[in-house]
Design a protein around this ligand. Structure first.
Ligand SMILES: Nc1ncnc2c1ncn2[C@@H]1O[C@H](COP(=O)(O)OP(=O)(O)OP(=O)(O)O)[C@@H](O)[C@H]1O
Length: 620
C-alpha cells in the first residue's frame, strides 16, 4: 500500500494491489515524520479490462495516475485498489507521496475505536470492516457478543472490534436519534440500546405504542442468562390500568397541558375559561360540575337574577349557584369556551387516563428500572406530554435546589432517559398555523436544557424529515439505518457528518447495519448492531404464524373427539356439533375433518373402511 498523487495535510490517495479498501476503515501511513492515522472515505478499483481513458474518471487524476505508474504499478496489467483517505487529527505538512501504508495493530488506534471506561459503556455491536484487527484485539474484547450473520441468518460471534457507546459523555452530548425506514432494524437497535441501559441500571422511561418492548423472552441461541438477568430490571405498565394521572394532584398548568393535548386547537379563551374554573385539589367530578353549573348560569341570567333576589337557604344547590354567579358572571367566560373545555375533560376521562396514578412509574425510575408504558398511541401521546413535564420538573427542582442552596431541599428524583418510537408523531416539525403538537414545547426544552439536569432523549423515527428541527438539531448522536426516501436522506445529510459516499449507501444498508454519527466519537462509525438478548413478541414471521395456526387448528377438539369415538364420516356434523357445545365455540365439519386427518397421520387415532356404504370409521 503506497501513497500516490497529490497530497495535502488533510487528504491523500492510497493504492494497493493486495486488497480492496473498506469505507471508514482506519489505516496507518508510515510517513517520514511518524505514523499518521487516516480513515478511508472513498474507494475505487481499477481493472485492466477497463479502457485506460476510464482510469481518471474516479479518484485518480492524471497526476495520481502518473505517480502510480512511476512507482511501478501497472493499471493496464493488474487490478489495483484505490482509497481516498482523510487524516484523523492535525498535520502541519502534507503527507509524503510514496509513503508506505498498512493495516494498524489494534493498540495503535484503540483510542479512536473504544472509550476509556469500557465497563461503563454500552456495547451496541461490532465496528464493520475491523475483521483484520480481530487477531490483535486483547482477549477481553474478543467475542463479547453475537451478531446475526446477514447471509445465513445464524448467530455468529462478533468478529471485529466491538462498538461501545460512551454513555458517560452524554452529560456533554445528551441526546440520541435512531433513524431508519421500515424494516431497517430501528426497533431492534432500540431494543439493544434499552437492554444495555437496563444492564447498567439506568432509569429509563419507554413509551411503547406497538406493545413490542417486552424483555422477558430470551432470543434463541444467546445465553438465556442474559435475558434472565434483566427480569427484575423492567416493569410493564398498561396506561389507564396500572398507571394514569391522579386528577386531584395535578397543577393548573398540567391541567392546561392535558386539555391542550386532548383534541385539536385549544384557544386562549378556552385556556382562560379552564384556568378560571379550576381550583387546586379539585376532583374530576367537582371540576366538571363547576363547568356545568357555570354554563347553566350563563345561559339562565334571568333565573339567576331572580335567585339572587330571593337569597336562597345556605348549603342548597340554589345557594351554590348564587355563589358561582357572583364569582363568574363578570369573568369574561363564554358558553362556547366552557363547553369546549367540558368536551375535552370528558374525552380525557373516556380515554381512561385518570384511572390509576403515576406513583408506581416514579418508584420504578427511582429504583433504576426501565419503565415501559403501553397503550393506544393517542392516549400514550397525551400521557407522555403530561408525565414527561411532570418528571422533568421533579428532576429540575431537585437539581436546582442543590445548585442554589448546596443541599437537597426537594425529594430525590433521578436522572433518566426517555425513549420513544414514532417520535415524529409526538414532536412533529412546525408547519405554521393550526399546528397541533402539544408535546413540542417540553421536548424542545429537554432537548436544549436536559443536559443540565441529566434528562436524556432517545427518539426513534422512520421519518427524520418530519421531526421538529430544533429537537433534531440537538440529537448529538444519530444511529442511521437504511433510509430510502430522498427527503429523509436530505435531512440526514444536513444533520450529520456523513460523507457523500456514506449517504449514497443509506438506501442499500441491510437490516441491522447502521452508521453511528456522534459528537462523542467525533466521526461516523459503521456498526453492525449486536444480536439482542431478548426477543420481540412480534418477531415471528407472518408465514410461520400462519403455518403454526394451520398445524394446530382444532387441537382443542381432541379431548371431546376421543370420548365420542368410534364414529363414521356420516356422523361428522353431529360430532362437530357436540364439540361446539362442549367447547363453547363454533366448530365446522371442515375443521374437524382436517384435525382428524392430522391425528391419523400422527397415529393419535385409527381409521378403517366400514362395511356399510364403504364409509370411513374413526376409532381410538
Ligand atoms: N441487528 C440486527 N440483527 C439481526 N436481525 C436484525 C437486526 N436488526 C433488524 N433485524 C431484523 O430485521 C427485521 C426488521 O427489524 P425491525 O423490526 O427492527 O425494523 P424497523 O426498522 O423497526 O421497522 P418498522 O419501523 O417497520 O417497525 C426484524 O425481523 C429483525 O429481526
Amino acid at each position: 500500500m503506497r501513497v500516490v498523487g497529490t497530497t495535502t495535510e488533510h487528504e491523500a490517495l492510497i493504492v494497493s494491489r493486495e486488497r480492496p479498501f473498506r469505507i471508514n476503515e482506519i489505516l496507518i501511513i508510515e510517513d517520514t515524520a511518524g505514523a499518521i492515522r487516516v480513515e478511508v472515505i472513498k474507494t475505487q478499483s481499477l481493472n485492466p479490462l477497463l479502457p485506460e481513458s476510464n482510469y481518471g474518471s474516479g479518484l485518480l487524476d492524471d497526476t495520481a495516475l502518473g505517480t502510480l505508474k512511476a512507482m511501478g504499478f501497472a493499471p493496464e496489467e493488474e487490478t489495483l485498489y484505490i482509497a481516498q483517505v482523510r487524516v484523523l487529527g492535525e498535520l502541519d505538512i502534507p503527507i509524503t507521496v510514496g509513503a508506505q501504508a498498512r493495516v494498524p495493530h489494534f493498540s495503535e488506534i484503540q483510542d479512536l475505536l473504544v472509550p476509556k471506561d469500557i465497563p461503563r459503556a454500552l456495547l451496541m455491536g461490532v465496528i464493520r470492516g475491523t475483521e483484520e484487527l480481530y487477531e490483535t484485539l486483547p482477549d477481553a474484547l474478543k467475542d463479547l457478543e453475537y451478531t446475526v450473520d446477514q447471509e445465513s441468518g445464524e448467530l455468529v460471534p462478533q468478529n471485529g472490534v466491538p462498538f461501545f457507546f460512551d454513555i458517560e459523555k452524554m452529560d456533554q452530548y445528551p441526546h440520541i436519534g435512531i433513524f431508519g425506514g421500515s424494516g431497517s432494524g430501528k426497533s431492534y437497535a432500540m431494543r439493544v440500546l434499552i437492554e444495555e441501559l437496563m444492564a447498567k441500571r439506568l432509569p429509563t422511561l419507554v413509551f411503547d405504542p406497538h406493545y413490542e418492548l417486552d424483555f422477558s423472552q430470551p432470543i434463541f441461541g444467546v445465553d438465556p442468562g442474559k435475558c434472565l438477568a434483566l427480569r427484575d430490571r423492567f416493569v410493564l405498565f398498561e396506561l389507564g390500568t396500572d398507571v394514569g394521572i391522579r386528577f386531584d394532584s395535578i397543577t393548573e398548568s398540567e391541567l392546561i397541558v392535558l386539555l391542550r393535548s386532548s383534541m385539536g386547537e385549544f384557544t386562549e379563551n378556552m385556556e382562560h375559561a379552564a384556568r378560571r374554573l379550576y381550583k387546586r385539589g379539585d376532583s374530576l367530578q367537582s371540576y366538571r360540575q363547576r363547568i356545568e353549573d357555570v354554563m347553566w348560569i350563563l345561559s339562565h341570567k334571568k333565573e339567576m337574577d331572580e335567585l339572587v333576589r330571593v337569597n336562597p337557604e345556605p348549603d342548597t344547590r340554589e345557594a351554590r349557584l348564587v355563589e358561582l354567579y357572583s364569582q363568574y358572571s363578570q369573568a369574561q367566560l363564554s358558553e362556547y369556551s366552557l363547553s369546549a373545555v367540558a368536551r375535552r375533560v370528558d374525552a380525557l376521562e373516556m380515554s381512561g387516563l385518570f384511572k390509576g396514578d403515576s406513583v408506581p412509574l416514579e418508584e420504578g425510575l427511582k429504583s433504576g428500572k426501565t419503565v415501559v408504558v403501553r397503550g393506544p398511541i393517542k392516549n400514550l401521546n397525551i400521557f407522555a406530554v403530561y408525565i414527561i413535564r411532570h418528571l422533568y420538573n421533579k428532576r429540575r427542582q431537585y437539581r436546582d435546589a442543590i445548585t442554589h442552596t448546596g443541599r437537597a431541599g426537594e425529594e430525590f428524583f433521578p436522572p433518566f432517559f426517555i425513549v420513544t418510537d414514532e417520535a415524529h408523531n409526538l414532536v412533529p416539525k412546525a408547519t405554521g398555523l393550526n399546528d397541533y403538537a402539544p408535546a413540542r414545547p417540553i421536548f424542545r426544552e429537554i432537548a436544549q436544557e436536559g443536559r443540565k439536569y441529566g434528562v436524556f432523549l432517545v427518539l426513534a423515527t422512520q421519518r427524520p424529515a418530519l421531526l421538529d428541527d430544533t429537537v433534531n438539531a440537538q440529537l448529538n448522536t444519530k444511529f442511521i439505518l437504511r433510509t430510502v426516501r430522498a427527503q429523509d436522506i436530505d435531512t440526514i445529510q444536513r444533520e450529520t457528518d456523513l460523507t457523500p459516499s456514506e449517504t449514497a449507501r443509506l438506501p442499500y444498508l441491510t437490516s441491522g447495519n447502521a452508521f453511528i454519527s456522534s459528537a462523542i466519537t467525533g466521526r461516523t462509525v459503521p456498526v453492525r448492531i449486536r444480536a439482542s438478548w431478548t426477543s420481540s413478541p412480534h418477531a415471528q414471521s407472518p408465514f410461520e404464524e400462519w403455518r403454526a395456526y394451520i398445524e394446530s387448528r382444532g387441537d382443542d377438539l381432541y379431548q371431546v373427539v376421543r370420548d365420542l369415538l368410534p364414529f363414521n364420516t356420516m356422523q361428522l356434523a353431529a360430532v362437530a356439533g357436540k364439540c361446539a357445545e362442549r367447547l363453547g365455540r363454533d366448530v365446522t365439519v371442515d375443521e374437524l375433518s382436517e384435525a382428524l386427518d392430522r391425528w391419523l397421520a400422527q397415529g393419535k387415532i385409527k381409521s378403517s373402511i366400514g362395511r356399510i356404504g364403504n364409509m370411513r370409521v374413526y376409532t381410538a
